[in-house]
Design a protein around this ligand. Sequence first.
Ligand SMILES: [Zn+2]
Length: 84
Amino acid sequence: MTRKYIDCREYPSEMHCSVAISADNEDELLEAAVQHAVSVHQHQDTPELRQQIRQLFKEESPSMDMPMSGRTGAESEAQRSRPT
Ligand SMILES: [Zn+2]
């Protein structure tokens, strides 16, 4: 699954906000990003704002995943109990 993210540094603001938000789908991300824009940047929650935010969405690169992450310890456990 590809996660979506938005980096606030790419949103034109005078605050130089460095917050990045990510979520598994665009609707979740949009809600979080709109809340951030309203509470931190004092934007109005309008259809125009939501459209603007949507344009900043990016897909998280799969290459960012660590090669060893997500593996269970079962395999290495079996190897360790192997008689020498
Ligand atoms: Zn921000």
